[in-house]
Design a protein around this ligand. Structure first.
Ligand code: NAP
Length: 242
């Protein structure tokens, strides 16, 4: 039986690349999105050329949505072996302009969203004695980013959550790691001025902006037995930026 991966926020960007990469390598994939049903459907259609996929709408910040998504996934595929908590939002603005609502929403999606999935999948993984959780953090969860204090706070939290959870569940056969992408060409870069992106590029040792597939390959490695002795780690994938 094929393994199953659930990738949150996989209608676009990094999540979509991860979903497609896993699908092309034989995984059944649960493609999650919040609004963009059409993009999710495109992702599913691509994966269905290789393995099997379904799309499930769910706002990860809402526990009821997450429970419904997990139920649907288990009904379709029986079990979930790998969770990639990728869904995330950011806001680039001066910190004194950041409202409490915006600050809260960023934590709700980026941090509580991960916890909602973890809390509701852990009982299954614990009873099976195996499981693999990969959280997508950011380089701004390793080093702060000017004008992204709310986002940086959320991503530092993701790195901490990952390390703590790995210690809690390691002896139950569950590995938990995070990936901190650098600057990756997705819709998330929209709204950042071309000049700013160019100056970021100049600071990258490999001299290029990352592609979503650069992250997908590392996620696949973390899900595989090639990384059997890796847990609680935050893997920075930034082309040599920080
Ligand atoms: P993106 O292109 O903006 O895509 C975001 C994805 O998340 C979409 O599939 C979106 O669904 C989904 N989503 C947003 N809010 C959601 C929610 N509440 N519930 C469920 N799904 C939700 O983002 P990206 O650049 O690929 O980023 C993916 C992850 O990598 C994020 O955690 C981000 O913080 C992290 N990251 C990105 C970069 C970068 O340079 N791009 C760098 C470091 C870290 P819809 O399509 O339905 O809106």
């Amino acid at each position: 039986m094929n393994k199953t991966a659930l990738v949150t926020g996989s209608s676009r960007g990094i999540g979509r690349a991860i979903a497609e990469y896993f699908g092309k390598n034989g995984y059944n994939v649960v493609v999650n999105y919040i609004k963009n049903a059409e993009k999710a459907r495109e992702t599913v259609d691509i994966i269905n050329g290789y393995s099997r996929a379904i799309a499930v709408q769910a706002d990860v910040s809402k526990e009821e949505d997450v429970k419904r998504m997990l139920d649907k996934a288990k009904l379709e595929f029986g079990k979930i072996d790998v969770i990639v908590n990728n869904a995330g939002i950011c806001r680039y603005e001066l910190t004194d302009m950041t409202t409490a609502d915006t600050f809260g929403r960023i934590q709700d999606v980026n941090v509580c969203g991960i916890h909602n999935v973890v809390k509701n999948i852990l009982p299954d993984m614990l009873s099976k004695g195996e499981g693999n959780i990969i959280n997508i953090a950011s380089i701004w969860g390793v080093k702060g980013s000017s004008m992204e204090a709310a986002y940086s706070a959320s991503k530092f939290a993701v790195v901490g959550y990952t390390n703590a959870l790995a210690r809690e569940v390691g002896r139950s056969g569950i590995r938990v790691n995070s990936i901190s992408p650098g600057v990756i060409a997705t819709d998330m870069l929209q709204g950042i001025e071309e000049e700013t992106i160019e100056s970021l590029r100049e600071e990258i040792a490999l001299g290029r902006i990352g592609e979503p597939e650069d992250i997908a390959k590392v996620a696949y490695f973390l899900a595989s037995d090639m990384s059997a002795y890796v847990t609680g780690q935050n893997i920075v994938v930034d082309g040599g930026f920080i």
